[in-house]
Ligand binder design. Structure first.
Ligand code: MG
Length: 372
């Protein structure tokens, strides 16, 4: 019997990861110094901190496309996050990247989303345009650095630098290969599961989807008659095609650049984990199709417009009278400014919390039960 210690796990990473994979043993630096764990690497700890934080649990009641109460079949941010994580781990493992770091980044990648998905983000971005802005990737970093309070001596989760940097994947910061893997996997996951949700809801139909190359090619391989299983297998086939392409294309780029370590890969000036040009073009075509026929379908759009109005009205009311904020949020308003604190408060809400809070603020029968 042997027990793996942190040291032996780090040694195994050194032996088994590709040269360009980020080693946990080289990424132990945290803003606040901590003793190392006896049998978990730095990335294992970061992953566990994400899973145990309250923003992570809230993903269950945040929207992907449909507002949360629309039905229990559809993806939420939590199930989306799990799908992204599984795809990203598969890619990382196959390419010799650090699977633990990839998993951690994938689990955290949507922490910064407010209620009602991108609609919520648009509403908060508009409300905050003269007060420092709002963007979900920066908000994810703010959550793990400042807003989660779990430790007596410091705010935030004190995550390692590679994880923190990865959360800013759309910012100017160059991100490592594990973060690039999550980014590419995110696109594969939402493109395919939004088709599944769109078909299940009846808003999309297979005939219209056949306009897109990715659906057409996957559907041609499937010989299943029942609607439900055909849909499942076609979506499965699409994911498989996209992941296989991502692996092949990334391997080619990696061979081309031949980075000697993780830092070289990060700073080489181009994305190395990315689909082929042809696949990227097909994915764009599909995204465009979903944008026109699903995200902007009139019933989905009605939900979005209504949700946006709720958030804007709440934001205005709370900024105009911070006395309406709970004491903990009011204390933050004194420290960080009223707009930022109200933005953090609203962004932290799940869909249903936002709906309940809206009733509390604006409807006479919304006062009860009293908030904790
Ligand atoms: Mg995502």
């Amino acid at each position: 019997m042997t027990m793996h210690t942190r040291q032996s796990l780090e040694e195994r990473e050194s032996r088994e990861l590709a040269a360009y994979g980020q080693r946990a043993g080289e990424a132990r630096v945290r803003v606040h110094a901590e003793d190392e764990h006896p049998y978990r690497t730095a990335f294992h700890r970061d992953r566990d901190r994400i899973i145990h934080c309250s923003a992570f649990r809230r993903l269950e009641y945040k929207t992907q496309v449909f507002v949360n109460h629309f039905g229990d079949y559809y993806r939420t941010r939590l199930t989306h996050t799990m799908e992204v994580t599984q795809i990203a781990r598969t890619v990382a493992r196959a390419l010799g990247l650090n699977e633990d770091l990839t998993e951690t980044v994938a689990l955290a990648h949507d922490l910064g989303h407010g209620p009602f998905g991108h609609t919520g983000e648009d509403a908060l971005a508009e409300a905050m345009q003269d007060h420092g802005g709002f963007e979900h990737n920066s908000q994810a970093l703010r959550i793990v650095d400042v807003l989660e309070c779990k430790y007596p001596d410091f705010a935030g989760l004190n995550l390692t630098d590679p994880v923190r940097r990865s959360l800013l994947k759309h910012g100017k910061e160059r991100v490592g290969l594990e973060a690039q893997t999550v980014d590419a996997s995110d696109r594969i996951a939402y493109n395919s599961h939004d088709i599944d949700d769109g078909l299940k809801s009846g808003i999309l139909d297979e005939a219209a989807l056949s306009e897109t190359a990715l659906w057409r090619e996957a559907a041609a391989k499937i010989d299943v008659r029942s609607d439900e299983t055909r849909r499942f297998h076609t979506v499965r086939c699409m994911i498989n095609a996209a992941v296989t392409d991502l692996l092949e294309s990334s391997l080619e780029r990696l061979r081309d650049v031949a980075p000697g370590n993780a830092e070289e890969a990060r700073s080489c000036g181009r994305r190395l984990i990315a689909p082929s040009d042809e696949m990227a073009r097909k994915q764009k075509e599909l995204s465009q199709f979903l944008y026109e026929n699903f995200y902007n379908e009139y019933r989905v759009r009605r939900m979005r417009v209504k949700a946006q109005g709720y958030l804007k009205r709440m934001f205005r009311a709370l900024v105009d009278d911070p006395g309406l904020l709970a004491p903990v949020d009011r204390a933050r308003a004194e420290r960080d400014g009223t707009e930022r604190a109200v933005c953090d408060t609203i962004a932290g809400m799940t869909d249903r919390e936002a709906l309940i809070e809206y009733r509390r603020l604006f409807e006479p029968e919304g006062d009860f039960p009293l908030p904790a």
